[in-house]
Design a binder for this molecule. Sequence first.
Ligand SMILES: [Zn+2]
Length: 282
Amino acid sequence: MELHNSGAEIYVPDGSPVDAALARTTHLAVSAHQDDIEIMAYHGILECFGRPDRGFTGVTVTNGSGSPRDGLYGKYTDVEMQVVRRKEQKKAAFVGDYSAHVFLDYSSGAIKDKANAQVVNDLKKIIAASKPQVIYTHNLADKHDTHVATALRIIHALRELPPDSRPQHLYGCEVWRSLDWLNDNDKVIFNVEAHENLAMSLVGVFDSQVCGGKRYDLATMGRRRANATYLASHGVDESTSLIFATDLTPLMNDGQFDAGEYIQGFIKRFAQEVSSRIAKLA
Ligand SMILES: [Zn+2]
């Protein structure tokens, strides 16, 4: 497959041919950075883990050049940092038994540039070759510009593909903002309590991000635990670990639906829920 950037790469942990690795994909995750997938799309990894009839493929759109660095990595140049981050993502792909991991190698600026057609073209090629049933990406209420831009590019790519090349579900997941605030009937709820050891390994291999005091590994596991415990105030917990998502499928299938308006619908329903409780009790 010809991808736009010369530094783009498709890594296949089990060494099988790239075309075959992409073709066996059933669950695809598209993230801005190395490590986002293991934080937000663990549900997809879990759905495919140890299942010969399923395959999980990750796509990271940026090259990781602007990554924060400290400690062991404090003196690393941008180029050295890109090498470290790609290596860490490959470790995760190996541990998680991914079918493939695609590195598109764009700068953050290129992803945020809405006029950049190359990113959308690369995404279209990957989706057409992998024909996943489910795609996970960032949610539109995330507070990181590159994350939201990534979600918008994947929606754009999917709208340009014929309907039979689109997945059945497109989900926007949690990284830089939890989705605990969504009304419960607006939440897509993924139970991810299985293989906790695997979940911890997947967020733990990104040493360059955790080193320096950002404990994404502990925070991610804690968020999942908090989601499970605080979902319902009555009764015992039905799961010890949940990931929340927004359903972006309607946006993918209706090219006229404005992304801003779509996420505002969730925010308005949340505002109404808060107001109606106050009105009832005040
Ligand atoms: Zn990120």
